[in-house]
Ligand binder design. Structure first.
Ligand code: MG
Length: 387
């Protein structure tokens, strides 16, 4: 291992809560918690966070109790992120805050729900900006949560918000920058990198879903363990598992192979990132922003990871059974959108002063859990698309 730092020993390239870009509305510091700890705590207590438990990752929430949901996925990203952050001397609290919030903007039914909602918005108004889950995650923490007396949203620090907004199109970045100059979208306009904690969450997200989708895919029966022999990264760790534990079979072999694959990826990120940091020698977050991405896989692991993703895309995400389910899920979102649009009283209770605009409707649908969306769909159409 090239660089290991004792817990809590932040390096000069880590984000420091004492030098945070701050909150949009000034608040006095908390007596016992750093600003990033406070961000994490606000996220854990917010409504959108609790909804993640009933939102789809790949498998619809009602298909089985043991598959990942957005909540358990986010916890896994936080775990991987924290352990890498500790070894690299980054700010663990910030990593945890970003990881727990990164998927707050997801619609019900995963990417299928997002695509359907985006299509609905674009069809009605091509200038609406459509729907994109990263922007929506930011919207949740910036304006949709209603918990505080003096502001909408959670009033998080700039660093946490920047980590949440991991991708952003040019037009969306320009809109955000106009509203908040030098703010959350500035890096996209100025072509700078975010802090290392945000970079790390991106990679931890990828490591987490690649591994847990293999696990859920095999346990669902849609993937066969033997099929994974065509994925070099998995095959290598399965062979290692069998060499260390001859005769290991079934789910223990699956879990042991995944565990080894996860460890190998974590150690690879530690080594490759430590080397990139040593090469570019950032001495501050400002240096990090100007440098190329520093939290990375080695070239070999990056290629292996692409291979694994390709396998999952072909064999799991495009599995006929998954596609059939996601097609019906898209239909649920499309029909809800059409019905609510024609009859705002179905989603805005009488006496409530909410505006029935397109964006508000998108927020409402995006906030639904899988099961709430299915229940609403059945109530409004009298049809049941899933058993
Ligand atoms: Mg994610």
């Amino acid at each position: 291992m090239s660089a290991l730092h004792p817990a809590g020993a932040w390096q000069p390239y880590a984000c420091d809560p004492q030098h945070s870009g701050g909150r949009r509305l000034h608040e006095s510091p908390a007596p016992t918690r750093s600003e990033y700890q406070r961000d994490r705590d606000r996220i854990v207590h917010c409504t959108a966070f609790r909804r993640l438990v009933y939102k789809t990752q790949v498998f619809l929430n009602h298909e089985g109790d043991l598959f990942r949901t957005r909540l358990t996925h986010s916890l896994e990203v936080a775990q991987l992120g924290r352990s890498i952050a500790r070894s690299l001397g980054l700010n663990e609290d910030l990593v945890e805050a970003i990881a727990l919030a990164h998927d707050l903007g997801h619609t019900p039914f995963g990417h299928a729900g997002q695509d359907a909602l985006n299509d609905c918005l674009q069809a009605v108004d091509p200038h609406s900006g459509g729907f994109e889950h990263n922007l929506q995650s930011l919207r949740v923490v910036d304006s949709l949560e209603e918990r505080y007396p003096h502001f909408d949203g959670l009033n998080l620090t700039l660093e946490t918000r920047e980590g949440i907004l991991k991708h952003c199109s040019g037009p969306a970045a320009a809109r955000l920058e106009a509203r908040e100059p030098n703010g959350v979208a500035h890096r996209f306009v100025a072509r700078l990198r975010p802090g290392l904690e945000a970079q790390l969450c991106n990679l931890a997200d990828e490591i987490a879903y690649n591994a847990h989708d293999v696990d859920d895919g095999v346990r669902s029966g849609l993937l066969k363990l033997e099929q994974l022999d065509e994925v070099p990264l998995f095959a290598r760790h399965k062979a290692e598992s069998l060499a260390a534990h001859p005769g290991l079979r079934g789910k223990r072999l699956l879990f042991e192979s995944i565990r080894r694959m996860l460890s190998a990826q974590v150690y690879d990120v530690l080594d490759a990132s430590a080397a990139a940091i040593a090469q570019h020698g950032p001495r501050s977050v400002a240096d990090v922003r100007r440098a190329p991405p520093l939290i990375c896989f080695s070239a070999q692991m990056a290629a292996d990871s692409v291979e694994l993703k390709r396998f999952l895309r072909h064999n799991l995400y495009r599995h006929p059974q998954v596609v059939a389910t996601t097609d019906r899920a898209k239909q649920v979102v499309r029909e809800l959108f059409a019905i609510y649009r024609a009859a705002p009283q179905e989603w805005i209770p009488p006496g409530e002063s909410r505006t029935a605009g397109l964006r508000q409707l998108a927020d409402y649908i995006a906030g639904m859990t899988d099961r709430y969306a299915l229940r609403e769909h059945e109530r409004l159409t009298g049809r049941r698309l899933f058993d």
